[in-house]
Write a protein that binds this ligand. Structure first.
Ligand SMILES: Cc1cc2nc3c(=O)[nH]c(=O)nc-3n(C[C@H](O)[C@H](O)[C@H](O)COP(=O)(O)OP(=O)(O)OC[C@H]3O[C@@H](n4cnc5c(N)ncnc54)[C@H](O)[C@@H]3O)c2cc1C
Length: 380
């Protein structure tokens, strides 16, 4: 990254404005049409990913010890937001910056020394968490994938579903049950890839998604990430950050949709006047605008909690909930504004509607907020 930034940044700081500017310039090469093609072809955005690596953006959340810039969550959230606001899809950037946090906070010295600098440079892709299973879904108590002790080794058997980027990552974090509870294993596909079977799932969004099968894969204990039985804690430790970055994705999506909707509303003429002069077009856009701005304030509030070293659990949950719903509302407003053109891929609305949809499965998070924020009884 060409800009050196301090840890704590106000949302109006010149440093963040500069980073937004850098991303916008870069995204001229990876505009909405580039990402439309990526989406249509269901391929990984290799060129975009390489450009992010060259800029050093994957180093944003890594400390100096691993050649990171330690630029902090404010910078990471702005990078993500701006990619989406330019019509791109920041999911690979988001994954590469954040999934390795589990390794940073729970890895052994050898695991960290082996991988973290190479993740920061983009040489090694760490894009994938394999937790969800076909039967259990959101219920992690129903985990059926197993890790069985075999001398000093473990034998893994797993069946997972909805696993993002599994075909395109080198490292993946696998959650499996041991006799002492859920445990995470760090699998390197360059060693174990032949024993990991992947079957693509046809999705309307988040298209690089697979089922994953492992049958009797023997791995050394050095592949374990964190303590035995502490797997959920290993994965959940960075949840506050991940919710803030999910909020940033939604805010970027919403602002992109709002930008193109406003241009359309101000230029498309029917009944001898621009459609934006009709209240039926104006009000949904004004409502979406207000909702996105409110969600954005909650995003910055959650970031300031994180930067102050406080538990950002409930604030980050609110940021993710409000931002994802604001983005979904903006998608509806964009559809009203574009009419039939909303369904044409040429206009980029339909893709962003689908990409906004990815973030609105919120029930578990509402439950978390009810319990943690309002002290209501546990739902499950
Ligand atoms: C775009 C996308 C990407 C994903 N990427 C990954 C990934 O990379 N790795 C991974 O491991 N998983 C991934 N997932 C899986 C995701 O974590 C699961 O979809 C989620 O855990 C829910 O499981 P399910 O879809 O089987 O729904 P189910 O568990 O079957 O639930 C169905 C619906 O019922 C609701 N519900 C269930 N129980 C309750 C309850 N007690 N109270 C209220 N509501 C309830 C759920 O919220 C959901 O809306 C991804 C999912 C999506 C959509």
């Amino acid at each position: 990254m060409t800009t050196t930034v301090p840890q704590s940044l106000s949302r109006h700081s010149p440093e963040l404005a500069l980073i937004r500017e850098q991303i916008r310039r870069l995204m001229a090469r990876f505009d909405a049409s580039y990402f439309r093609k990526i989406d249509e072809d269901r391929v990984f955005p290799d060129e975009f990913f390489r450009a992010m690596a060259e800029q050093g953006y994957f180093r944003t959340l890594l400390p100096d010890e691993f050649e990171g810039t330690d630029a902090g969550p404010a910078v990471a959230s702005v990078l993500i937001e701006e990619v989406n606001r330019c019509g791109g899809d920041a999911s690979s950037l988001n994954a590469q910056m954040t999934i390795c946090q589990a390794l940073l906070h729970n890895g052994t010295e050898t695991q960290k020394a082996t991988y973290l600098s190479a993740i920061g440079s983009g040489e090694v892709r760490c894009l994938c968490v394999a937790a969800t299973e076909p039967d259990g879904g959101a219920d992690m108590r129903a985990l059926k994938s197993t890790a069985r002790r075999a001398g000093d080794d473990w034998v893994l058997n797993a069946q997972k579903v909805f696993i993002s980027f599994a075909e395109h990552t080198r490292l993946l974090l696998l959650l499996a049950n041991t006799d002492d509870g859920p445990t995470v294993f760090l699998l390197d596909k360059s060693e174990h890839g032949a024993s990991i079977e992947l079957q693509p799932v046809q999705m309307v969004a988040n298209r690089l998604t697979t089922m994953l099968f492992i049958d009797e894969l023997r791995v050394p204990d050095s592949a374990r990430l964190g303590q035995v039985g502490q797997g959920l804690r290993v994965l959940m430790k960075s949840f506050a950050r991940r919710r803030i970055f999910a909020a940033a994705e939604s805010i970027g999506n919403a602002r992109f949709l709002l930008d193109i909707s406003l241009t359309h509303a101000k230029t498309r003429v029917t009944f001898d006047r621009v459609i934006g002069s009709n209240q039926g077009v104006q009000y949904p856009l004004a409502q979406a605008y207000a909702r996105v701005e409110a969600a954005d304030l909650m995003r910055w509030d959650a970031i300031s909690e994180l930067e102050a070293g406080r538990d950002a659990g409930t604030r980050s949950a609110m940021a993710k909930l409000l931002a994802s719903e604001a983005s979904w509302e903006t998608a509806r407003a964009a559809m009203t504004t574009f009419g039939g053109w909303a369904l044409s891929s040429e206009m980029h609305v339909e893709r962003k509607v689908r990409e906004s949809m990815v973030f609105v499965f919120n029930n578990m998070l509402w439950s978390y907020l009810a319990e943690e924020g309002l002290d209501l009884p546990k739902a499950f």
